[in-house]
Design a protein around this ligand. Structure first.
Ligand code: MEV
Length: 426
């Protein structure tokens, strides 16, 4: 393999030329067509990443009718998967007619760590840390002062052992980052702490036994937790999707219980929840990889991977709930830089971070409700294939008239690419 040297230094058109050398010419035109017309905006957009050769679009949809804590929301969603927005909207509408979602943030603490090794008695480093603690905290005020003013900042600093690893310790920093996701804030404090703690160890003449390994926030945020739930009396639902309310909700509970106990199902069940959450997280310019990583680690917090949602029926009262970590921000980062993230936050009426957490948890629950509703009644393929039919027809450049005819034709037939192609060829 030949190494491409200095790729980042060449111009964008040279990059495109290099990448497309072996690809047809029209493709390079379509790359340029993805750009924003506003050149300043395009420049800002390219600045988000490196070696940019095109803008990659994803559909931006909205799911209306989310009633959460008696507030009505239209939720922006960015996803490439058919049925996700439709399922969220269907779940939202159903529950808006049955009392809506009740959501609350349990806690908003985020953490980060300075990992280091020390090969003498723990008590020595513990004493150095305890003596240094106030100075360490004071040394970060230039980073924390604005956050302190907003009501956030450092909550605690603690020295802990790294389980099962000899001579390895961590300083655990707990913070409240208010409306910011706070990654830069946390990492800046940690790197500052690492430098200052190293100086303290040197002053105590133990530097030959001490080494900072690294400093980084933790994307596992089990203390940044939100809950959302819906409930109804099953006797009030006479019929739903051809089933009695009683049969439907008991079958529904069984489906959720399966995801609580069977890992094979739990992963798919949670993936469905994250379909909705990721779409909102992406639309609002938040870090969906961080949210995903934390949600799945949380799902396995008891040593067994299980469902993030729960269903119960007590005296005919059905309750469906979700609890998960969601470290989200509504200021800073991409939230302002991406023009569509700013639009998403406007559509949500400029929520605070804790409000966005509640919206995201409710979207996950709505998504999960609709997925299970389909699974236990018609199966998911009916809805999926209906959407997929449109994708196939568009791919085959079908006219509006052909689309209408195909929809009728395939309403009771199996849909596949070749079946649709054959139908259009007739
Ligand atoms: C598909 O993206 C998501 C589902 O598989 C979720 C689920 O099975 O609960 C439909």
């Amino acid at each position: 393999m030949s190494i491409i040297k200095g790729f980042s230094k060449i111009s964008k058109s040279e990059k495109i030329g290099l990448i497309l050398k072996s690809i047809e010419a029209e493709k390079s035109c379509s790359l340029i067509e993805t750009e924003y017309k506003d050149s300043q905006l395009q420049k800002q957009f390219e600045g988000l990443s490196e070696n940019t050769i095109a803008n990659f679009h994803l559909p931006f949809g909205v799911a209306p009718n989310f009633l959460i804590n008696n507030h009505s929301y239209t939720v922006p969603m960015v996803t490439e998967e058919s049925s996700v927005v439709a399922a969220a909207a269907k779940g939202a509408k159903f529950w808006s007619e049955h009392g809506g979602f009740q959501a609350k943030v349990i806690s908003e603490t985020k953490v980060g760590h300075v990992y280091f090794s020390f090969d003498l008695d723990f008590k020595i480093i513990e004493a150095i840390f305890n003596n240094a603690k106030m100075d360490l905290l004071n040394s970060t005020t230039h980073i924390t002062k604005n956050m302190d003013v907003r009501g956030g900042g450092i909550l605690s600093l603690e020295l802990l052992k790294v389980e099962s690893l000899n001579d390895t310790y961590k300083i655990e920093l707990k913070v409240n980052t208010c409306d910011a996701m706070g990654a830069n804030f946390i990492n800046s404090i940690l790197e500052n702490l690492a430098g200052n703690f190293t100086r303290k160890v040197r002053q105590a003449h133990f530097e030959n036994h001490f080494k900072v390994i690294f400093s980084i926030l933790s994307n596992y945020t089990p203390a940044c937790i939100v809950e959302s739930s819906v409930s109804l009396n099953i006797k009030t639902i006479e019929e739903i999707d051809g089933m009695s309310g009683r049969d439907f909700f008991h079958k529904f509970k069984k489906a959720v219980d399966i995801a609580c106990f069977d890992r094979d199902r739990a992963v798919t069940h949670n993936k469905g929840i994250m379909n909705g959450i990721d779409a909102l997280v992406l639309a609002t310019g938040n870090d969906f990889r961080a949210v995903e990583a934390s949600a799945h680690a949380y799902a396995a917090r008891d040593g067994r991977y299980q469902s993030l949602s729960r269903a119960e029926i007590v005296n005919d009262n059905f309750k469906f709930s979700i609890t998960l970590p969601l470290a989200l921000g509504t200021v800073g980062g991409l939230t302002k830089l991406h023009p569509l993230s700013a639009l998403s936050l406007d559509i949500l009426k400029k929520p605070k971070a804790n409000e966005l957490m509640q919206i995201a948890a409710s979207v996950g629950l709505a998504q999960n409700f609709s997925a299970i509703r389909s699974l236990i009644t018609t199966g998911i393929q009916k809805g999926h294939m209906k959407m997929h039919l449109l994708n196939i027809l568009n791919q085959l450049n079908a006219s509006d008239e052909q689309i209408e005819l195909a929809k009728q034709h395939f309403s009771d037939k199996a849909i596949s690419f070749s079946a649709v192609r054959d139908f259009l060829a007739v």
